[in-house]
Design a protein around this ligand. Sequence first.
Ligand SMILES: C[S@@+](CC[C@H](N)C(=O)[O-])C[C@H]1O[C@@H](n2cnc3c(N)ncnc32)[C@H](O)[C@@H]1O
Length: 338
Amino acid sequence: MDTPETQDVTGQLVEHALGHLFSAALRTAARCRVADHLAAGPRTARELAGATGADAGHLRRVLRYLATRGVFREDRAGAFHLTPTGEALRTDVPHSQHAAVLMLTDPTFQRTSAALEETVRKAGPSFERLFGEPFFTYLAGDPELREVFDSGMTSLSARVDAVVAGTYPFPEHGRIVDVGGGRGGLLLAVLRGRPGLSGVLFDQTPAISTHVLSGEEAVRGRWSAESGDFFTEVPEGGDVYVLKHVLHDWPDEGCLRVLRNCRAAMAPGARVVIVESVLPGGNAPHPGKAMDLAMAAVVNGQERTREEFAALLAAAELRLTRVLPTAAFPSVVEAVAA
Ligand SMILES: C[S@@+](CC[C@H](N)C(=O)[O-])C[C@H]1O[C@@H](n2cnc3c(N)ncnc32)[C@H](O)[C@@H]1O
């Protein structure tokens, strides 16, 4: 019998099953740069259609749906307004998430996620069957996707970098090595407020060649950028080895190779600082629990719990000393030589 309760459950499940359309609507708004067109004030779908080259009727339907999730707000006159979430979709604001949204909703990842069942049944990343090679190998041969990925990671990290640099007590002196540091956003944020500290950005050539370190007077002469393979070796003599959103890209064997290389390169008394989601137990929601599925499907990686980090670190002769939550979704996991 159809009761209010069963109707409610049906509605919830329908909404969940259509979740990919939320992602598609968000991508559409980002591609049309709707948020930029609302920066000067509210506009109707008709006005926005003129500015974005979209069809007014269809654009309105996309924005109406996004307004149900707080991305925009429609007023009684039919004009759409920016909300705090919509503000972050602008391209010209500090901590813009525009490039992050374009990366996370890229068709490459959408196709891979749609094949999640295959990953679950065969316990291997669906990316490799769909695209013929491991993700980072594929990325090396596709400069356009590499650009989407590096810009997206930089954008995703923009707010997190400042939060982490302000939360974790990085030393005031010495040398920090950001292993797999992407374009260097976190390194820049850490060096900015610590004039006695120097840093090395270490990553693959495409990320290094588009790094963000050179524009700032405050860090001039205190950084270098090196390209290389962290499975082979990492720069020696650092006082802090940072791994931000690196370990979640790899299964335990890969992580151990990177961590052992850090362990071998560390100066006496050095620390390893991992910046990643630390998954809470039980039913507690956490953005890392969705990201974990993307890691499984795309790269055969995973997000980890505190216990899993402790075990991984111990296997690399490192000892977990503390986990610091931050105001952003990743936490900071600190370790020293065991
Ligand atoms: C998910 S991104 C994280 C980037 C940055 N730490 C951040 O949080 O924005 C992973 C990084 O690892 C780098 N990477 C992947 N394989 C690598 C390897 N074998 N050696 C060095 N860097 C590698 C990628 O180029 C990429 O920049």
